[in-house]
Design a binder for this molecule. Structure first.
Ligand SMILES: [Zn+2]
Length: 139
């Protein structure tokens, strides 16, 4: 189980000053920031508001709600922070979205390929007729 520590700060530190495995919480700025727990060194900013994230502090450790889904990063990591522990979440739904998108694209490109084949056949047929007419006229 990966442990995630927390630090209450006035100002969110610069990215290079941030340690991995620490959530920096600024109540003045209603923001929590941490480095992605996968180790990719991306900075994850979680604004704290009724419509963003909610931070719970039990006197020892913090929890964030809802889960953190880093879809915009290459790592695409998705996890919960619960009482100072990182709990990896399913990537199922994201993969479903992705494979759904791929399937859609395949159907579309297949559709266009078929259309192209039809057009090519039509063109070839036209050309053949044209050659035949030309041949006939010359004789
Ligand atoms: Zn990451």
């Amino acid at each position: 189980m990966k442990i995630i520590d927390h630090e209450f700060v006035e100002f969110i530190p610069e990215h290079e000053d941030m340690e991995d495995g620490v959530i920096y919480i600024s109540l003045d700025y209603d923001t929590a920031v941490h480095n992605c727990v996968c180790g990719c060194d991306q900075q994850v900013v979680t604004p704290l508001s009724p419509t963003d994230w909610k931070l719970t502090y039990n006197g020892e450790s913090v929890s964030l709600y809802p889960s953190i889904g880093n879809w915009e990063f290459d790592c695409k990591s998705h996890y919960w922070v619960k009482e100072g522990e990182v709990i990896w979440a399913e990537r199922w739904s994201e993969q479903r979205v992705h494979s759904g998108r791929e399937a859609d694209q395949k159907t579309k490109s297949h559709h266009f390929e078929q259309k192209n084949d039809e057009n090519r056949e039509k063109l070839f047929h036209k050309f053949k007729t044209f050659l035949v007419t030309l041949f006939k006229e010359q004789n």
